[in-house]
Ligand binder design. Structure first.
Ligand SMILES: Cc1cc2nc3c(=O)[nH]c(=O)nc-3n(C[C@H](O)[C@H](O)[C@H](O)COP(=O)(O)OP(=O)(O)OC[C@H]3O[C@@H](n4cnc5c(N)ncnc54)[C@H](O)[C@@H]3O)c2cc1C
Length: 314
């Protein structure tokens, strides 16, 4: 029996006037459906080629929402009107900080269930897979709402091209109520560095880094790789790195294409935050360190020799 094709909206995130890489993975999660890319720009025509390459049938420029400080309540209400206008059966977004916040609001407005931070998505089946209990188990959840509402963990689904028409459309909502929230000021987390959760490559340091200064060695390598720097809790507790970059059960969950653990022993609590990484590389001087039983590639060596050599080579 042929599967139903669902009208699926994908909220596109924009950075420096380009489509964020993580949004391309969300488009792939919606592959096979009739895809409406909801783009928060007055004029998204400059993104037509890219979005059409990744399977978008309709590119919808949403007018009047370009302001970074737009109230998330208002943005949620505008997206709800777009869902109704195009008769969408599903709405997907990225499970970054903004997406998690926004989709919860949309779910509340529509009184629909939300599947958040998923690693696999089945739109016709209204199902998605989520990691539970700090990554120890994966659960497949099925929802029974009318609108299938779901956010996808950044980088969990590899973006694959699937050329489509990319018909340009414009949408202007009549929603105006900003709700109870007003954004007064926006502060970037870490001086222009890449967002840890969304980075395609993460290089993390552990207690072995010994000082905050030594994290600059990882910064240099991350710059060459186009990635972001993370840290273990031991490194954070010792004051070598801020908590904002802690990876693990009590830190952030990342799912990059490549995760490089430098001087990290591989405790379960650390693993909970990076186990869905596609490729894990460990550098540790102790050949019996637990991390070596959980990585794809292991380098037995001193990080202060290996990391600078790697950066140099890159
Ligand atoms: C409730 C709870 C929540 C937690 N949440 C988190 C969390 O979110 N994230 C997290 O990371 N941890 C978390 N932890 C802590 C976790 O259990 C570990 O203690 C922590 O991950 C260890 O960090 P580490 O690997 O950097 O340090 P260590 O375990 O001390 O490991 C350091 C490693 O560096 C190696 N090494 C030393 N010098 C060098 C060198 N020069 N070159 C190469 N290798 C070297 C050593 O061989 C060792 O394997 C949590 C713990 C609890 C109880």
């Amino acid at each position: 029996m042929a599967q139903t094709v669902n009208r699926t909206g994908v909220l596109i995130e924009i950075e420096n006037h380009q489509v964020k890489e993580t949004s391309l993975g969300v488009l792939t999660a919606a592959a096979g459906q009739e895809i409406y890319a909801l783009v928060p720009l007055d004029d998204a025509s400059g993104l037509k080629e890219k979005l059409a390459e990744y399977g978008v049938d309709h590119i919808v420029s949403i007018k009047g929402v370009e302001d970074d400080k737009i109230s998330p309540d208002l943005l949620a209400r505008i997206l709800v009107t777009a869902v109704k206008e195009y008769g969408l059966d599903a709405l997907l977004g990225t499970a970054g900080a903004a997406g998690k916040d926004l989709f919860a609001r949309i779910g509340a407005i529509l009184d629909e269930p939300l599947l958040s931070d998923c690693v696999q998505v089945d739109i016709p089946g209204k199902k998605a897979v989520k990691s539970h209990f700090s990554g120890k188990t994966f659960a497949t959840l099925r929802v029974t709402g009318i609108l299938f509402l779901c956010t996808v963990r950044p980088n969990a689904i590899e973006a694959v091209t699937a050329p489509a028409e990319g018909q340009l459309m414009t949408f202007e909502s009549d929603a105006q109520d900003p709700g109870w929230m007003k954004i007064v000021e926006l502060k970037k987390e870490s001086g222009g560095k890449r967002d840890l959760i969304e980075a395609p490559i993460v290089i993390s340091g552990g207690r072995a880094l010994k000082t905050a200064r030594n994290f600059e060695m990882l910064d240099a390598c991350a710059d060459k790789l186009g990635g972001a720097v993370g840290a273990s809790r031991a490194a954070v507790d010792a004051g070598y790195a801020p908590h904002t970059i802690q990876v693990g059960q009590t830190g952030k969950t990342v799912s990059p294409r490549l995760y490089i653990a430098c001087g990290i022993s591989g405790a379960v609590q650390h693993f909970a935050g990076m186990k869905t990484s596609k490729v894990i590389v460990a550098i540790n001087e102790d050949k019996d360190a637990p991390i070596f039983s959980k990585c794809d590639y292991g380098i037995v060596g001193n990080i202060f020799d290996v990391v600078p050599a790697l950066t140099q080579k890159l």
